[in-house]
Each structure stands twice: as structure tokens, then as C-alpha cells.
Design a protein around this ligand. Structure first.
Ligand SMILES: [Zn+2]
Length: 66
């Protein structure tokens, strides 16, 4: 399933962006909210850099925490 095949003016996914710290490829991962200290216990979707390990919260995750 290619997510971009349904793109009709859809914004680019966070997972297709480069790492802001090193320019590396971001990949989708899940981390428990407990280990992140964000006040929830369920698994949260993050974009993680394969090169430096920097983590980014995709918009869908930020909205979940809002
Ligand atoms: Zn990086």
C-alpha cells in the first residue's frame, strides 16, 4: 500500500522528511508514553532518525496528546 498513491494535495508525511539534526532518514516507530514522560501510558507513534536517533512527534501524535 503506497500512502502517496492517495495523495491529492495531501501534506507530506513526517516520515518522509529528513532529520532536522543530521539530514538522515526518519522511520516510523512506536514508544510507550511512559518512557517519554508525556503523561499517557499507551504506545505513541514517533518518527525516529535512523542515523542519530533523534525523535520527532508527528502531528497525529501531537493531536493525540493535546
Ligand atoms: Zn538525525
Amino acid at each position: 500500500m503506497d500512502e502517496r498513491s492517495t495523495a491529492g494535495g495531501e501534506p507530506v508525511s513526517e516520515f518522509e522528511l529528513a532529520c532536522a539534526a543530521c539530514g538522515g532518514q526518519l522511520s516510523r516507530t512506536t514508544v510507550s508514553g511512559v518512557s517519554l514522560g508525556v503523561g499517557v501510558e499507551r504506545e505513541l507513534v514517533l518518527a525516529e532518525c535512523a542515523d542519530c536517533g533523534e525523535r520527532y512527534f508527528p502531528r497525529e501524535t501531537l493531536e493525540e496528546l493535546a
